[in-house]
Design a protein around this ligand. Structure first.
Ligand SMILES: [Fe+2]
Ligand SMILES: [Fe+2]
Length: 232
């Protein structure tokens, strides 16, 4: 492992800082879009508040990144992630499901696992503060999906879940399996070893995300096939 666990932890926190900044931008953009077609929705106000949370998380992650001696990059990219073939309202739904129902739900599970381990005190405080907010962020996705499912057919999402999943995880999570000698040290600095990460990702998908989608009329068959192909 290049540079040891502190360096790897610094890079992981730098990556998280960037993801948090991107989430802030995305939530602002999605909030504005939803209020335009669904003015009665409570979700835009939640997205606005969540954008503020993400900016706060970005600062916390950047502080840890600096504490581990890694440079903090200030770049923010907020590219809409929905396929171009979707209409504007369906594209917003795609992004809300990918960013909140999938990413934020997985993030809650990852943070809960990290919090169950022995982390350094400052790492623990940061994980704790972020975890508290991500639970609420995940709910915004389910609330928006439920609202949309009440007024239109959302079954088209089913075929898109695999591409959302591919956009959420690094394929290396399923393909590489080198030994991780620094696994214990990484946990102390708030980073999950790959084998744990994969286990939590799959379990959360099977136990929380896919059943949640199915309850709202999104068939999870294509997502299960995506998973089966990778976990065999
Ligand atoms: Fe966050
Ligand atoms: Fe979040």
């Amino acid at each position: 492992m290049n540079g040891g666990p502190r360096r790897e932890a610094g890079e992981a926190w730098a990556f998280r800082a960037r993801v948090e900044r991107e989430a802030a931008r995305r939530f602002e953009r999605l909030g504005a879009a939803i209020s335009a077609f669904d003015p009665g929705s409570p979700v835009p106000a939640l997205l606005q508040r969540a954008a503020g949370d993400e900016r706060r998380h970005a600062v916390l992650c950047a502080e840890l990144c600096a504490a581990y001696g890694q440079p903090v990059d200030e770049g923010v990219a907020d590219e809409p992630i929905a396929p171009a073939s979707l209409g504007p309202r369906a594209a917003v739904l795609y992004e809300m499901v990918a960013a909140c129902c999938l990413t934020e739900t997985e993030s809650v599970a990852t943070l809960a696992t990290l919090l169950s381990e022995e982390a350094e005190p400052r790492v623990r405080e940061v994980l704790h503060e972020i975890a508290r907010d991500e639970v609420v962020h995940s709910r915004m996705g389910w609330a928006h999906l439920a609202r949309e499912a009440a007024v239109q057919d959302v079954s088209f999402l089913s075929a898109w879940i695999p591409s959302m999943l591919s956009g959420t995880v690094d394929e290396g999570l399923f393909t590489r399996d080198e030994p991780e000698p620094d696994a214990e040290a990484l946990l102390r600095h708030g980073v999950l070893p790959r084998s744990r990460k994969r286990e939590i990702f799959v379990r959360t998908l099977e136990e929380v995300v896919l059943p949640g989608l199915e309850r709202l009329g999104v068939d999870a068959g294509p997502a299960r096939a995506w998973l089966a192909k990778r976990s065999s």
